[in-house]
Each structure stands twice: as structure tokens, then as C-alpha cells.
Design a protein around this ligand. Structure first.
Ligand code: GLN
Length: 191
């Protein structure tokens, strides 16, 4: 059994907690930097990246979390979590944690297609079908040499991995599937 932290400052963190427990692992809601010590990996949830980024500073977690991720700690960012991990954002000078070699476009699907759902077979998940829920989602516009795409939708990268870091534009925790969480635990947390 692993202990997985979920950053619980804002956004869809309860859903991740429920999925972690559904798989028989222990979930911890993270609101203090000291809590980073007792966990095997962390999920940065979807929500509003500007708000979460500000709260990371206000709660004095940002620096400790950044250092931990840069020293190899397993992390999965969903949606706003992807934005927090990116080294660069399009049309936005802000960098939050700035750990992953990706350039991310926020609200990339514009106002008309703010939210949509698609079902795709995912190569990284042994070609299993997965329901991809996009909510005012970002995508990866450029990816560095050390990161690799895990999935694309209409030629846009919506899931990627770089060593101990993984990101998805969509929200698996809002479905009843745990495939992406299993991928995270089996490939990044247990290694
Ligand atoms: N649009 C949000 C942002 O820019 C992300 C949306 C989400 O996490 N579902 O932070």
C-alpha cells in the first residue's frame, strides 16, 4: 500500500482522494509543507491554477514542493496541476512550480469548446479505452527533449511524462475509471 498526497488548497481534490482509496491506497490531503515528508507521491488537482499558485505561496508550500519534485519525487498534475508544473505558459509571464519541460496553453479550447468529453484508446494504457473529460482545459503546445507525449487529441498533446512527473489536461478523477491513477502509481510511484 502506498501513501499518496493530494494538494488540497483549491479545486477537485476530494475526487482524487476517493480514487486513491478505491484502489486500496492511503490518501492524505496536503495543506502544509511538513506533510510532504510522509507521502510516496503527490497529485496536483484541477481547479484554478492562478488561485492554487497563489495559495502555494501563502501556505508556504511552493519552495519545498518544487525542490522535492526536482529531486525526483513522483507527481501527477491534472489540468490546473499541469499548468502549475509547466516551465512556460503561452501568453502568460507567470511560472508557478516550473519543473517540467513543457510549454502549456491555458484555456486552450477557447470559450465555445470550454468543456467536452471524448473516449479514446490510450497506447500508454495498453490500448484500453479511457473517457477524457476536458474542463476549460489546457494543452501542451511545445514539449522539450526530456519529456514525452503520452496522448494527443486532434494533434494536441494532452498527456505527457518526464521521469518522475506526469501531466494530463483532462480529469480522470471525474470519471469512474482509475486507469490513469494506476499508471501513475505503477510507473512513477513504484519504480
Ligand atoms: N482553466 C483552468 C486554469 O487555467 C484549469 C481548468 C481545470 O483545472 N479544470 O487554471
Amino acid at each position: 500500500m502506498k501513501t499518496i498526497g493530494v494538494l488540497a488548497l483549491q479545486g477537485a481534490f476530494i475526487e482524487h482522494v476517493n480514487h486513491i482509496e478505491k484502489l486500496g491506497h492511503k490518501a492524505v490531503e496536503i495543506r502544509k509543507k511538513d506533510q510532504l515528508e510522509g507521502i510516496d507521491g503527490i497529485i496536483l488537482p484541477g481547479g484554478e491554477s492562478t488561485a492554487i499558485g497563489k495559495l502555494l505561496v501563502d501556505f508556504d508550500i511552493k519552495q519545498a514542493l518544487k525542490e522535492k519534485i526536482e529531486s525526483g519525487f513522483p507527481v501527477w498534475g491534472t489540468c490546473a496541476g499541469m499548468i502549475l508544473l509547466a516551465k512556460k505558459l503561452i501568453d502568460d509571464p507567470i511560472v508557478h512550480l516550473g519543473c517540467m519541460d513543457i510549454t502549456v496553453k491555458r484555456n486552450a479550447y477557447g470559450s465555445q469548446l470550454d468543456s467536452f468529453i471524448t473516449v479514446d484508446n490510450i497506447k500508454a494504457l495498453d490500448d484500453k479505452p479511457s473517457k477524457l473529460v476536458f474542463i476549460r482545459a489546457p494543452y501542451i503546445e511545445a514539449i522539450g527533449n526530456t519529456a514525452k507525449a503520452l496522448h494527443t487529441v486532434d494533434e494536441n498533446i494532452v498527456a505527457a511524462r518526464q521521469e518522475n512527473m506526469m501531466v494530463t489536461s483532462f480529469h480522470p478523477e471525474l470519471t469512474d475509471e482509475t486507469l490513469w491513477l494506476e499508471y501513475f502509481i505503477n510507473n512513477l510511484v513504484i519504480n
